[in-house]
Design a protein around this ligand. Sequence first.
Ligand SMILES: NC(=O)c1ccc[n+]([C@@H]2O[C@H](COP(=O)([O-])OP(=O)(O)OC[C@H]3O[C@@H](n4cnc5c(N)ncnc54)[C@H](OP(=O)(O)O)[C@@H]3O)[C@@H](O)[C@H]2O)c1
Length: 334
Amino acid sequence: MRNRQWVLAAHARGEVGPDCWTLVDSDIPTPGEGQILLRTQWLSVDPFMRGRLNQGAGLALGDVMIGGGVGQVVESRHPGWKAGDLVESPEIGWQEFAVITPDLPGASRANRINPADDEPQAALSWLGMPGLTAYFATMEIARPQPGDTVVVSAAGGAVGQLAGQIAKLAGARVVGIAGSEEKLEWCRRLGFDATIDYKKSPDLAEDVARLCPEGVNAFLDGTGGPIQDAVIKNLAPGARVAVVGRVAVANDVLDADVGPRLSAALIRTRALVQGFVVYDWWHRRDEALRRMKAWRTAGRLEFREDVVQGFESVPTAFVRMMRGENRGKQLIAL
Ligand SMILES: NC(=O)c1ccc[n+]([C@@H]2O[C@H](COP(=O)([O-])OP(=O)(O)OC[C@H]3O[C@@H](n4cnc5c(N)ncnc54)[C@H](OP(=O)(O)O)[C@@H]3O)[C@@H](O)[C@H]2O)c1
C-alpha cells in the first residue's frame, strides 16, 4: 500500500482552482520514538488555508498541503496511544497516512476522540476548531447580553451557525449575514431572528441599519471586507467586535484590502474590536466542550455538515467551500 498525498503544484493568486495541487504517492511513513502513525478517515477544509497558498506563506511547491483531520492510530510508539485510537489533529495534512508527534510543544497536536461523544468527524466541526471558535469568540469577546442585537457574518457556515445559536442562548437577538437564501433559511430554522443576503443587498449598511434599529451591540465577523464595513457603521455605543476571519478578502493580495476609514464610528461608539485566534483558548477547551455537549444533549444546539466523499475530492471540496457552495461545515470522508 502507498500513501497518496495532495502536494502544492502552484502558489495561488486570486481565486483558487483545483489545479493548485497535484496528486502524488509515496511510501507510508514509519513512526519514530514518541510518534504515532495514523490512517486518515476525515479531512477538514478551512478558509485559513487560503492564506497559506500565497507565495512566501510557508508552503513550498511539492509540500504536502496542510490541514486538519481525523485518523485512526495504526502504529504507536507513544505510551499514551495505542492502535485503534481515534485522533483529531490539525497536522495530518492532505494525505492518507500521517506521522504525528503528540508531545511537541503546541496547543493541539493530537486530540483524543471519545466515540461516545458523537461521530468522529464532529471533532472537526462542533466539537472541534469551529465549535471552539464560535464558543470563545461569542462568549469571551462578543459577550452577548439579554436584549442585545448580535450580528454574525458567514452565518450559514461552520462557525457562524454555532455562534448565532450561542448568542441566542445568551438571550440576544441575532441577525445573520450570508450569501444564499438556502443558508439564510437554515439560519432562521436555527432561531436567528433576521437575515441578510449580502449578495442581493443593494445597500448592506442600510439593510443592517433597518434590521438593527438600536444599533449592533456585538458583531462576530467571519468575513472582513464590505460586510465588516457595513456593520461597523451601525455599531451601538459600547459594542464588541470579534474579528474572527477575513474570507471575503482572502483572495486579494494583502495591500488590496482597503476600505472606508471607520475610526469615527469606533470613537463615537467607544467600541472594542478584538482579533481572535482559537488556539489562544485551547487551554479552556474542556470547559467549552462540556457546555456545548450539554446544549446539544438538551436539543438546543444544531449543526450541519457538508460531506464530500473520497480523497480525490479534497481540492474540489476546498474550492467549493471558498466559493460559498458548502452547506455547513465542509468535510471530506476518505
Ligand atoms: N481566527 C480563528 O481562530 C478562526 C477559526 C475558525 C474559523 N475562522 C474564520 O471564520 C470564518 C468562517 O470559517 P468557517 O470555517 O465557518 O467557514 P464557512 O463559513 O463554513 O465557509 C466559508 C464561507 O465563507 C463565505 N464567503 C466566501 N467568500 C465570501 C465573500 N467574498 N464575502 C462573504 N463571505 C464569503 C461563504 O459563505 P457565503 O455563502 O455566506 O458567502 C463560505 O461558505 C473564516 O473567515 C475563517 O477563516 C477563524
